[in-house]
Design a protein around this ligand. Structure first.
Ligand code: FRU
Length: 482
Protein backbone atom coordinates (compact mmCIF):
# COMPACT_ATOMS: atom_id res chain seq x y z
CA UNK A 1 0.00 0.00 0.00
CA UNK A 2 1.51 3.34 -1.00
CA UNK A 3 1.24 6.39 1.22
CA UNK A 4 -1.05 8.09 -1.29
CA UNK A 5 -3.42 5.10 -1.28
CA UNK A 6 -3.57 5.24 2.52
CA UNK A 7 -4.14 9.00 2.54
CA UNK A 8 -6.82 8.93 -0.15
CA UNK A 9 -10.16 9.98 1.38
CA UNK A 10 -8.41 10.91 4.66
CA UNK A 11 -10.53 13.69 6.28
CA UNK A 12 -9.11 17.06 7.42
CA UNK A 13 -11.82 18.08 9.87
CA UNK A 14 -12.95 14.70 11.16
CA UNK A 15 -11.24 12.18 13.38
CA UNK A 16 -10.14 8.97 11.65
CA UNK A 17 -7.75 6.36 13.10
CA UNK A 18 -4.25 6.26 11.62
CA UNK A 19 -4.78 2.60 10.82
CA UNK A 20 -7.31 -0.20 11.14
CA UNK A 21 -10.97 -0.35 12.06
CA UNK A 22 -13.06 2.07 14.16
CA UNK A 23 -16.77 2.20 15.02
CA UNK A 24 -18.77 3.86 17.83
CA UNK A 25 -17.49 6.81 19.85
CA UNK A 26 -17.07 5.76 23.49
CA UNK A 27 -16.29 7.44 26.80
CA UNK A 28 -16.66 10.99 25.44
CA UNK A 29 -15.56 13.26 28.25
CA UNK A 30 -13.95 16.59 29.06
CA UNK A 31 -11.34 16.53 31.82
CA UNK A 32 -8.55 18.95 32.76
CA UNK A 33 -8.62 20.92 29.54
CA UNK A 34 -8.85 17.96 27.17
CA UNK A 35 -11.68 16.35 25.28
CA UNK A 36 -11.30 12.57 25.19
CA UNK A 37 -12.61 10.46 22.38
CA UNK A 38 -12.42 6.73 23.00
CA UNK A 39 -13.73 4.52 20.25
CA UNK A 40 -14.51 0.94 19.27
CA UNK A 41 -11.29 -0.23 17.71
CA UNK A 42 -9.84 -3.35 16.12
CA UNK A 43 -6.05 -2.89 16.05
CA UNK A 44 -5.52 -6.02 13.94
CA UNK A 45 -7.56 -5.35 10.84
CA UNK A 46 -9.46 -2.68 8.96
CA UNK A 47 -12.65 -4.71 9.40
CA UNK A 48 -14.70 -5.13 12.59
CA UNK A 49 -13.16 -7.72 14.93
CA UNK A 50 -12.29 -8.20 18.61
CA UNK A 51 -13.02 -4.83 20.15
CA UNK A 52 -10.68 -2.59 22.14
CA UNK A 53 -11.07 1.04 23.13
CA UNK A 54 -8.89 3.28 20.98
CA UNK A 55 -8.14 6.77 22.31
CA UNK A 56 -7.67 10.30 20.99
CA UNK A 57 -7.53 13.70 22.70
CA UNK A 58 -8.23 17.23 21.54
CA UNK A 59 -8.16 20.77 22.91
CA UNK A 60 -10.70 22.09 20.42
CA UNK A 61 -12.84 19.10 19.34
CA UNK A 62 -11.56 19.37 15.76
CA UNK A 63 -7.85 18.54 15.78
CA UNK A 64 -7.32 15.17 17.47
CA UNK A 65 -4.15 13.38 18.57
CA UNK A 66 -4.40 9.61 18.59
CA UNK A 67 -2.94 7.96 21.70
CA UNK A 68 -2.15 4.31 22.49
CA UNK A 69 -5.03 1.86 22.98
CA UNK A 70 -6.83 2.48 26.28
CA UNK A 71 -8.63 -0.81 26.98
CA UNK A 72 -7.71 -4.32 25.85
CA UNK A 73 -9.85 -7.49 25.94
CA UNK A 74 -9.40 -9.70 29.04
CA UNK A 75 -10.83 -12.91 30.53
CA UNK A 76 -14.28 -11.27 30.78
CA UNK A 77 -14.39 -10.59 27.04
CA UNK A 78 -13.74 -7.95 24.43
CA UNK A 79 -14.51 -4.30 25.14
CA UNK A 80 -17.75 -3.05 23.62
CA UNK A 81 -19.22 0.46 23.79
CA UNK A 82 -19.65 2.49 26.95
CA UNK A 83 -19.08 5.84 28.61
CA UNK A 84 -16.79 7.65 31.04
CA UNK A 85 -17.39 9.92 34.02
CA UNK A 86 -15.30 11.94 36.45
CA UNK A 87 -15.82 10.61 39.97
CA UNK A 88 -15.59 14.06 41.55
CA UNK A 89 -16.68 12.88 45.02
CA UNK A 90 -14.84 9.57 45.12
CA UNK A 91 -18.10 7.60 45.28
CA UNK A 92 -16.18 4.53 44.06
CA UNK A 93 -13.38 4.77 46.60
CA UNK A 94 -10.89 4.55 43.70
CA UNK A 95 -9.71 8.13 44.17
CA UNK A 96 -8.59 8.88 47.75
CA UNK A 97 -6.25 11.66 46.57
CA UNK A 98 -7.83 13.45 43.64
CA UNK A 99 -10.74 12.93 41.24
CA UNK A 100 -10.14 10.76 38.20
CA UNK A 101 -11.87 9.05 35.31
CA UNK A 102 -14.01 5.91 35.43
CA UNK A 103 -14.95 4.05 32.24
CA UNK A 104 -18.14 1.98 32.29
CA UNK A 105 -18.21 -0.42 29.35
CA UNK A 106 -19.65 -3.71 28.10
CA UNK A 107 -17.63 -6.88 28.34
CA UNK A 108 -18.60 -9.12 25.43
CA UNK A 109 -17.74 -12.78 25.97
CA UNK A 110 -18.09 -15.12 23.05
CA UNK A 111 -16.75 -18.69 23.17
CA UNK A 112 -17.83 -22.38 23.22
CA UNK A 113 -19.44 -21.86 26.63
CA UNK A 114 -21.16 -18.62 25.81
CA UNK A 115 -23.43 -19.23 22.83
CA UNK A 116 -25.10 -16.79 22.48
CA UNK A 117 -22.45 -14.41 23.78
CA UNK A 118 -22.61 -13.01 27.30
CA UNK A 119 -22.70 -9.24 27.73
CA UNK A 120 -22.11 -7.59 31.10
CA UNK A 121 -21.07 -4.14 32.37
CA UNK A 122 -17.63 -3.48 33.84
CA UNK A 123 -15.46 -0.67 35.16
CA UNK A 124 -11.93 0.61 34.66
CA UNK A 125 -10.34 3.68 36.23
CA UNK A 126 -7.48 5.99 35.40
CA UNK A 127 -5.12 8.10 37.54
CA UNK A 128 -3.35 9.72 34.62
CA UNK A 129 -6.02 11.49 32.55
CA UNK A 130 -7.06 8.43 30.61
CA UNK A 131 -3.56 7.42 29.43
CA UNK A 132 -3.53 4.13 31.35
CA UNK A 133 -6.37 2.21 32.96
CA UNK A 134 -6.82 -0.27 35.80
CA UNK A 135 -9.67 -2.76 35.40
CA UNK A 136 -11.83 -3.03 38.54
CA UNK A 137 -10.92 -6.30 40.22
CA UNK A 138 -14.51 -7.49 40.76
CA UNK A 139 -15.71 -6.98 37.20
CA UNK A 140 -18.38 -7.29 35.91
CA UNK A 141 -20.53 -5.00 38.06
CA UNK A 142 -23.82 -5.63 36.24
CA UNK A 143 -24.99 -8.92 34.76
CA UNK A 144 -28.30 -10.32 33.61
CA UNK A 145 -29.79 -13.80 33.19
CA UNK A 146 -30.58 -13.31 29.55
CA UNK A 147 -27.20 -12.49 28.15
CA UNK A 148 -27.89 -11.28 24.67
CA UNK A 149 -28.10 -7.60 23.79
CA UNK A 150 -27.34 -6.15 27.19
CA UNK A 151 -24.90 -3.40 26.37
CA UNK A 152 -23.62 0.14 25.78
CA UNK A 153 -23.94 1.75 29.25
CA UNK A 154 -24.14 5.55 29.26
CA UNK A 155 -23.74 6.85 32.79
CA UNK A 156 -24.33 10.31 34.26
CA UNK A 157 -24.66 11.88 37.71
CA UNK A 158 -28.28 12.80 38.46
CA UNK A 159 -28.13 15.78 40.83
CA UNK A 160 -31.64 15.74 42.24
CA UNK A 161 -31.53 12.09 43.27
CA UNK A 162 -27.84 12.23 44.18
CA UNK A 163 -27.10 9.02 42.28
CA UNK A 164 -25.44 7.72 39.18
CA UNK A 165 -27.85 6.73 36.41
CA UNK A 166 -27.15 4.26 33.64
CA UNK A 167 -29.11 3.87 30.43
CA UNK A 168 -28.48 0.50 28.84
CA UNK A 169 -29.59 -1.09 25.56
CA UNK A 170 -31.50 -4.26 26.36
CA UNK A 171 -32.74 -5.83 23.14
CA UNK A 172 -35.56 -3.64 21.86
CA UNK A 173 -35.80 -1.48 24.97
CA UNK A 174 -33.67 0.83 27.10
CA UNK A 175 -33.29 -0.12 30.76
CA UNK A 176 -32.45 2.43 33.42
CA UNK A 177 -30.35 1.53 36.48
CA UNK A 178 -29.13 3.65 39.40
CA UNK A 179 -26.14 3.41 41.72
CA UNK A 180 -24.57 5.32 44.63
CA UNK A 181 -21.03 4.24 43.69
CA UNK A 182 -20.89 2.89 40.08
CA UNK A 183 -20.36 -0.59 41.56
CA UNK A 184 -23.78 -1.63 42.96
CA UNK A 185 -26.57 -1.16 40.45
CA UNK A 186 -30.32 -1.23 41.00
CA UNK A 187 -32.91 -1.65 38.23
CA UNK A 188 -35.25 1.35 37.92
CA UNK A 189 -37.36 1.05 34.78
CA UNK A 190 -37.56 -0.01 31.17
CA UNK A 191 -38.56 2.15 28.21
CA UNK A 192 -39.49 1.37 24.63
CA UNK A 193 -42.36 -1.09 24.38
CA UNK A 194 -44.90 0.11 21.83
CA UNK A 195 -43.08 3.30 20.96
CA UNK A 196 -40.49 4.36 18.41
CA UNK A 197 -38.94 2.43 15.58
CA UNK A 198 -38.10 -1.22 16.20
CA UNK A 199 -36.57 -1.83 12.79
CA UNK A 200 -33.35 -3.05 14.36
CA UNK A 201 -31.77 -3.90 17.71
CA UNK A 202 -31.62 -0.93 20.10
CA UNK A 203 -28.06 0.23 20.84
CA UNK A 204 -25.98 3.06 22.30
CA UNK A 205 -28.54 5.07 24.30
CA UNK A 206 -27.90 8.49 25.83
CA UNK A 207 -30.15 10.46 28.20
CA UNK A 208 -29.69 14.13 29.10
CA UNK A 209 -31.54 17.35 29.78
CA UNK A 210 -31.61 20.24 27.31
CA UNK A 211 -32.96 23.73 27.58
CA UNK A 212 -35.58 24.71 25.02
CA UNK A 213 -34.38 27.53 22.74
CA UNK A 214 -35.41 31.03 23.89
CA UNK A 215 -37.15 29.75 27.00
CA UNK A 216 -36.63 28.67 30.59
CA UNK A 217 -38.23 25.31 29.89
CA UNK A 218 -36.16 22.15 29.68
CA UNK A 219 -36.81 18.64 28.39
CA UNK A 220 -35.11 15.27 28.69
CA UNK A 221 -33.91 13.67 25.49
CA UNK A 222 -33.22 9.96 24.96
CA UNK A 223 -31.08 8.96 21.96
CA UNK A 224 -31.44 5.38 20.74
CA UNK A 225 -29.48 4.03 17.82
CA UNK A 226 -31.13 1.22 15.92
CA UNK A 227 -28.98 -1.42 14.27
CA UNK A 228 -29.07 -2.65 10.72
CA UNK A 229 -31.98 -4.78 9.58
CA UNK A 230 -31.75 -6.04 5.97
CA UNK A 231 -35.45 -5.24 5.43
CA UNK A 232 -34.93 -1.60 6.36
CA UNK A 233 -33.47 0.23 3.37
CA UNK A 234 -31.81 2.92 5.49
CA UNK A 235 -29.54 0.55 7.41
CA UNK A 236 -28.53 1.69 10.89
CA UNK A 237 -29.60 5.10 12.18
CA UNK A 238 -30.51 7.04 15.31
CA UNK A 239 -33.92 7.95 16.68
CA UNK A 240 -34.66 10.11 19.71
CA UNK A 241 -37.44 10.74 22.18
CA UNK A 242 -38.28 13.97 24.01
CA UNK A 243 -39.93 13.81 27.41
CA UNK A 244 -39.46 13.81 31.17
CA UNK A 245 -37.18 11.94 33.56
CA UNK A 246 -37.84 11.78 37.30
CA UNK A 247 -34.70 9.95 38.43
CA UNK A 248 -36.26 6.57 37.74
CA UNK A 249 -38.58 6.61 34.72
CA UNK A 250 -38.22 8.27 31.33
CA UNK A 251 -41.50 9.13 29.68
CA UNK A 252 -41.78 10.27 26.06
CA UNK A 253 -44.24 13.05 25.31
CA UNK A 254 -44.97 12.18 21.68
CA UNK A 255 -45.90 9.19 19.60
CA UNK A 256 -44.31 10.04 16.28
CA UNK A 257 -40.86 8.73 15.31
CA UNK A 258 -38.10 11.34 15.49
CA UNK A 259 -34.81 10.95 13.62
CA UNK A 260 -31.60 12.62 14.64
CA UNK A 261 -30.18 12.70 11.12
CA UNK A 262 -31.68 12.06 7.68
CA UNK A 263 -28.41 10.88 6.17
CA UNK A 264 -27.17 7.34 6.34
CA UNK A 265 -23.87 8.07 8.02
CA UNK A 266 -24.43 9.14 11.58
CA UNK A 267 -24.71 6.24 13.99
CA UNK A 268 -24.16 5.45 17.67
CA UNK A 269 -23.76 9.15 18.54
CA UNK A 270 -23.53 10.05 22.23
CA UNK A 271 -22.75 13.23 24.15
CA UNK A 272 -19.71 14.41 26.11
CA UNK A 273 -19.76 14.08 29.85
CA UNK A 274 -18.49 16.72 32.30
CA UNK A 275 -18.37 19.75 30.03
CA UNK A 276 -18.01 22.55 32.62
CA UNK A 277 -21.25 24.30 33.65
CA UNK A 278 -19.76 27.68 32.67
CA UNK A 279 -19.59 26.34 29.12
CA UNK A 280 -23.02 24.77 29.41
CA UNK A 281 -23.10 23.10 26.01
CA UNK A 282 -24.29 19.57 25.27
CA UNK A 283 -22.01 18.33 22.51
CA UNK A 284 -22.20 15.01 20.73
CA UNK A 285 -20.59 13.22 17.84
CA UNK A 286 -21.46 10.03 15.98
CA UNK A 287 -19.73 7.35 13.99
CA UNK A 288 -19.90 8.52 10.37
CA UNK A 289 -20.85 5.23 8.76
CA UNK A 290 -23.61 2.68 8.44
CA UNK A 291 -23.50 -1.00 9.37
CA UNK A 292 -24.97 -1.78 5.93
CA UNK A 293 -21.65 -1.07 4.22
CA UNK A 294 -19.16 0.08 6.89
CA UNK A 295 -16.85 -2.90 6.41
CA UNK A 296 -16.67 -2.32 2.65
CA UNK A 297 -16.01 1.41 2.29
CA UNK A 298 -13.03 1.97 -0.04
CA UNK A 299 -10.38 3.39 2.30
CA UNK A 300 -7.11 1.52 2.53
CA UNK A 301 -5.42 0.52 5.77
CA UNK A 302 -7.99 2.37 7.92
CA UNK A 303 -11.78 2.48 8.09
CA UNK A 304 -14.24 5.02 9.40
CA UNK A 305 -14.32 8.52 10.74
CA UNK A 306 -16.44 10.42 13.24
CA UNK A 307 -19.00 13.14 12.41
CA UNK A 308 -18.19 16.71 13.31
CA UNK A 309 -18.87 17.43 16.97
CA UNK A 310 -22.23 19.17 17.18
CA UNK A 311 -23.90 21.36 19.76
CA UNK A 312 -27.39 20.21 20.64
CA UNK A 313 -30.49 22.20 21.51
CA UNK A 314 -34.25 21.86 21.50
CA UNK A 315 -36.63 23.95 19.42
CA UNK A 316 -40.34 24.17 20.06
CA UNK A 317 -42.45 24.64 16.96
CA UNK A 318 -46.19 24.76 17.58
CA UNK A 319 -46.54 22.04 20.23
CA UNK A 320 -43.76 19.82 19.04
CA UNK A 321 -40.21 19.70 20.40
CA UNK A 322 -37.30 18.79 18.13
CA UNK A 323 -33.60 18.37 18.71
CA UNK A 324 -31.50 20.85 16.77
CA UNK A 325 -27.79 20.49 16.05
CA UNK A 326 -25.02 22.68 14.72
CA UNK A 327 -21.30 22.13 14.22
CA UNK A 328 -19.45 23.41 17.28
CA UNK A 329 -18.21 27.00 17.06
CA UNK A 330 -14.59 25.77 17.43
CA UNK A 331 -14.80 24.85 13.75
CA UNK A 332 -15.06 28.49 12.65
CA UNK A 333 -11.34 29.24 12.97
CA UNK A 334 -10.58 26.52 10.44
CA UNK A 335 -12.06 28.81 7.76
CA UNK A 336 -10.47 32.20 7.28
CA UNK A 337 -10.99 32.99 3.62
CA UNK A 338 -14.44 33.70 2.31
CA UNK A 339 -16.24 34.65 -0.83
CA UNK A 340 -19.53 36.48 -0.45
CA UNK A 341 -22.63 35.75 -2.50
CA UNK A 342 -25.05 38.60 -2.03
CA UNK A 343 -28.51 38.99 -3.50
CA UNK A 344 -27.84 36.77 -6.49
CA UNK A 345 -30.61 35.58 -8.74
CA UNK A 346 -29.87 32.21 -10.25
CA UNK A 347 -31.59 30.82 -13.24
CA UNK A 348 -30.16 27.58 -14.62
CA UNK A 349 -26.65 27.61 -13.15
CA UNK A 350 -24.00 29.73 -11.51
CA UNK A 351 -20.56 28.22 -10.95
CA UNK A 352 -17.84 29.12 -8.46
CA UNK A 353 -14.26 27.89 -8.35
CA UNK A 354 -13.69 26.04 -5.13
CA UNK A 355 -10.45 24.17 -5.47
CA UNK A 356 -9.98 23.35 -1.81
CA UNK A 357 -9.35 20.32 0.37
CA UNK A 358 -12.30 21.19 2.63
CA UNK A 359 -14.85 23.95 2.89
CA UNK A 360 -18.12 25.25 4.22
CA UNK A 361 -20.99 26.85 2.33
CA UNK A 362 -23.78 28.83 3.94
CA UNK A 363 -26.75 29.96 1.90
CA UNK A 364 -29.93 31.83 2.76
CA UNK A 365 -32.16 30.95 -0.14
CA UNK A 366 -35.45 32.31 -1.31
CA UNK A 367 -37.08 30.41 -4.09
CA UNK A 368 -38.71 32.65 -6.70
CA UNK A 369 -40.43 30.28 -9.11
CA UNK A 370 -38.09 27.34 -9.69
CA UNK A 371 -39.60 23.86 -9.46
CA UNK A 372 -36.27 22.46 -8.33
CA UNK A 373 -33.16 24.19 -7.09
CA UNK A 374 -30.02 23.31 -5.24
CA UNK A 375 -26.26 23.01 -5.02
CA UNK A 376 -23.90 20.70 -6.87
CA UNK A 377 -20.52 19.88 -5.41
CA UNK A 378 -18.20 19.15 -8.31
CA UNK A 379 -15.49 17.15 -6.59
CA UNK A 380 -13.89 16.64 -10.02
CA UNK A 381 -15.22 16.98 -13.56
CA UNK A 382 -16.88 13.57 -13.26
CA UNK A 383 -17.53 13.21 -9.52
CA UNK A 384 -20.55 15.29 -8.52
CA UNK A 385 -22.75 15.20 -5.42
CA UNK A 386 -26.10 16.91 -5.93
CA UNK A 387 -28.31 18.51 -3.35
CA UNK A 388 -31.71 19.10 -4.86
CA UNK A 389 -34.75 20.76 -3.36
CA UNK A 390 -37.87 19.51 -5.08
CA UNK A 391 -40.56 22.09 -4.40
CA UNK A 392 -43.36 19.88 -5.68
CA UNK A 393 -42.50 16.85 -3.62
CA UNK A 394 -41.33 19.10 -0.76
CA UNK A 395 -38.11 17.16 -0.43
CA UNK A 396 -34.43 17.87 0.02
CA UNK A 397 -32.51 15.08 -1.68
CA UNK A 398 -28.82 14.28 -1.49
CA UNK A 399 -27.80 12.23 -4.49
CA UNK A 400 -24.37 10.61 -4.24
CA UNK A 401 -24.67 8.11 -7.08
CA UNK A 402 -22.15 10.09 -9.19
CA UNK A 403 -20.05 11.28 -6.27
CA UNK A 404 -17.17 8.85 -6.82
CA UNK A 405 -16.43 5.29 -5.73
CA UNK A 406 -19.66 3.52 -4.81
CA UNK A 407 -19.45 0.04 -6.31
CA UNK A 408 -18.77 -1.52 -2.89
CA UNK A 409 -22.50 -1.43 -2.01
CA UNK A 410 -25.77 -1.15 -3.98
CA UNK A 411 -27.35 0.54 -1.03
CA UNK A 412 -24.80 3.39 -0.99
CA UNK A 413 -26.19 4.99 -4.18
CA UNK A 414 -29.78 5.28 -3.02
CA UNK A 415 -30.87 8.90 -2.50
CA UNK A 416 -31.13 10.31 1.01
CA UNK A 417 -34.12 12.57 1.63
CA UNK A 418 -35.67 14.97 4.09
CA UNK A 419 -39.30 16.06 4.01
CA UNK A 420 -39.39 19.87 4.18
CA UNK A 421 -42.41 21.89 5.24
CA UNK A 422 -41.24 25.04 3.53
CA UNK A 423 -39.19 24.90 0.34
CA UNK A 424 -39.61 28.61 -0.43
CA UNK A 425 -37.18 29.80 2.23
CA UNK A 426 -34.27 27.67 3.28
CA UNK A 427 -31.06 28.16 5.21
CA UNK A 428 -28.36 25.67 4.34
CA UNK A 429 -25.00 25.08 5.91
CA UNK A 430 -22.82 22.48 4.18
CA UNK A 431 -19.51 21.19 5.44
CA UNK A 432 -17.42 19.45 2.80
CA UNK A 433 -14.41 17.30 3.65
CA UNK A 434 -12.39 14.79 1.61
CA UNK A 435 -14.96 12.04 1.99
CA UNK A 436 -18.07 13.53 3.57
CA UNK A 437 -20.77 16.13 3.27
CA UNK A 438 -22.74 17.27 6.29
CA UNK A 439 -25.84 19.36 5.74
CA UNK A 440 -27.43 21.44 8.50
CA UNK A 441 -30.70 23.13 7.63
CA UNK A 442 -32.61 26.08 9.09
CA UNK A 443 -30.24 26.74 11.98
CA UNK A 444 -29.86 23.07 12.87
CA UNK A 445 -33.49 21.96 12.51
CA UNK A 446 -32.38 19.07 10.36
CA UNK A 447 -29.12 17.33 9.55
CA UNK A 448 -28.09 15.01 6.76
CA UNK A 449 -24.71 13.35 7.10
CA UNK A 450 -23.31 11.52 4.15
CA UNK A 451 -20.06 9.84 3.19
CA UNK A 452 -18.79 10.27 -0.38
CA UNK A 453 -15.68 8.82 -2.04
CA UNK A 454 -14.61 11.24 -4.80
CA UNK A 455 -11.07 11.53 -6.20
CA UNK A 456 -10.79 15.06 -4.77
CA UNK A 457 -12.74 16.99 -2.13
CA UNK A 458 -13.89 19.82 -4.39
CA UNK A 459 -13.09 21.77 -7.57
CA UNK A 460 -16.22 23.80 -8.21
CA UNK A 461 -19.58 24.57 -6.68
CA UNK A 462 -22.64 25.29 -8.75
CA UNK A 463 -25.94 26.75 -7.68
CA UNK A 464 -28.81 25.77 -9.91
CA UNK A 465 -32.49 26.36 -10.55
CA UNK A 466 -34.92 24.61 -12.88
CA UNK A 467 -37.94 26.13 -14.68
CA UNK A 468 -37.48 29.46 -12.94
CA UNK A 469 -35.24 31.36 -10.55
CA UNK A 470 -34.00 31.13 -7.02
CA UNK A 471 -32.30 33.86 -5.04
CA UNK A 472 -29.37 33.59 -2.68
CA UNK A 473 -30.12 36.48 -0.32
CA UNK A 474 -26.90 35.99 1.57
CA UNK A 475 -24.26 33.33 1.19
CA UNK A 476 -20.64 32.53 1.92
CA UNK A 477 -18.15 30.14 0.45
CA UNK A 478 -15.79 29.54 3.33
CA UNK A 479 -12.33 28.25 2.54
CA UNK A 480 -9.58 26.73 4.69
CA UNK A 481 -7.27 28.95 6.68
CA UNK A 482 -3.96 29.49 4.97
C1 FRU B 1 -23.10 -0.30 17.80
C2 FRU B 1 -22.52 -1.57 18.42
C3 FRU B 1 -22.73 -1.56 19.92
C4 FRU B 1 -21.64 -2.43 20.42
C5 FRU B 1 -20.50 -2.10 19.46
C6 FRU B 1 -19.62 -3.26 19.14
O1 FRU B 1 -22.52 0.08 16.61
O2 FRU B 1 -23.10 -2.70 17.83
O3 FRU B 1 -24.01 -1.97 20.33
O4 FRU B 1 -21.29 -2.16 21.74
O5 FRU B 1 -21.11 -1.64 18.27
O6 FRU B 1 -18.52 -2.85 18.39
Amino acid sequence: MSLSQVQKYRPHLHFSPQENWMNDPNGLIYFKGEYHLFFQYNPNDSKWGPMHWGHAVSKDLVKWTELPIALYPDENGTIFSGSAVVDWNNTTGFFPDEPGLVAIFTHHLENEVYIPPKQSQSLAYSYDNGRTWVKYQHNPVLEHDSNVDFRDPKVFWHHSSNKWMMVLATGQTISIYSSPNLIDWCFESEFGDNIGSHDGVWECPDLFELQVENSEESKWVLFVSIGDNPKFEKGSLTQYFVGTFNGSVFQAEHEDEKWLDYGKDNYAGVSFSDIPVEDGRRIYLGWMSNWRYANEVPTQGWRSQMTLPRELGIRKVKDSYSVIQKPVQELDVYFTRKEVINNKLIDKELRYDFDESYGMITLNIENMDATKYGVDIHHTQSNVTSIIIDTQKQLLILDRKNSGMNSFSDNFSMPQEIKLFDTQKLKLNLVIDSSSIEIFGNGGEFALTSLVYPDKACEEISLHALDGEMKVEEGYLLKPRT
